[in-house]
Design a protein around this ligand. Structure first.
Ligand code: PLP
Length: 225
């Protein structure tokens, strides 16, 4: 199967939903990224800063780069000039550094807060109380060069569909609560527009649970080495 046919198959499956596809290009070659770009897809997801920076330099400027993996504070400066959306914000300290680097680059950087929804030790993210504390922190209104535009989450790495469904439902419920209560919106820096959840094995389930952005790699390119 070609990259183009896999992308169009997934886009067709997502058509009934207001869900957009981010193609996860980590570990893939420049040739594969160019082939992806040729299909008309402009949203590319990477999880390593250095790899993203190198690819960004070699690909068309219109591509929208999404940081989907854990982001270390000391690496923000490398992606700040061009990053479209950072999905993996899990602390106020990281948000403050993104603000500093965005300001230096004279731009505003959109962010998602990463929520911990999996039943696994290894996943990053905030729990509900940490999320509320972050949104109520007195320093947040000063971070004028960031915008929080939604939430991101990763389900457990399992084939148990019922468990994945529970985890997606819990994130959807949190998202809907924030949206209804307009939490943080009085700062002028927060809007609850995007819910980033769903990967190759569970993107349809995610779409059915209100995901606005699915992050799909191996269903398009095959397994990673
Ligand atoms: C790698 C990765 C994906 C895509 O995973 P696939 O199973 O290849 O679709 C999605 N989200 C994050 C955060 C990732 O690191």
């Amino acid at each position: 199967m070609s990259i183009a046919s896999e992308i169009s198959r997934i886009q067709n499956e997502l058509k009934p939903f207001p869900t957009r596809l981010i193609v996860v290009t980590k570990t893939r070659s420049i040739a594969q990224l160019l082939e992806t770009h040729a299909t008309g897809v402009l949203d590319f997801g990477e999880n390593r800063v250095q790899e993203m920076v190198e690819k960004h330099a070699q690909l068309p400027a219109e591509i929208r780069w999404h940081q989907i993996g854990h982001l270390q504070t000391n690496k923000v400066k490398y992606i700040a000039p061009f990053i479209h959306l950072i999905h993996s914000v899990d602390s106020l300290k990281l948000l403050a550094e993104i603000n500093t680097q965005a300001k230096k680059n004279n731009r505003i950087i959109n962010c998602l807060l990463q929520m911990y929804i999996a039943q696994e030790e290894s996943k990053f993210g905030l729990d509900k109380q940490e999320l509320i504390d972050l949104l109520n922190d007195p320093s947040l209104p000063g971070l004028t060069h960031i915008r929080i535009i939604g939430l991101m989450g990763m389900a457990s790495f399992t084939s148990d569909q019922a468990q994945i469904t529970r985890e997606f439902s819990s994130l959807q419920a949190i998202f809907q609560h924030l949206k209804m209560e307009k939490l943080g919106e009085s700062t002028g820096l927060v809007s609850w527009d995007e819910l980033s959840m769903g990967m190759s094995g569970d993107y349809m389930l995610a779409a059915e649970h209100g995901s606005s952005l699915v992050r799909v790699g191996s269903a398009i390119f095959g397994e990673r080495n």
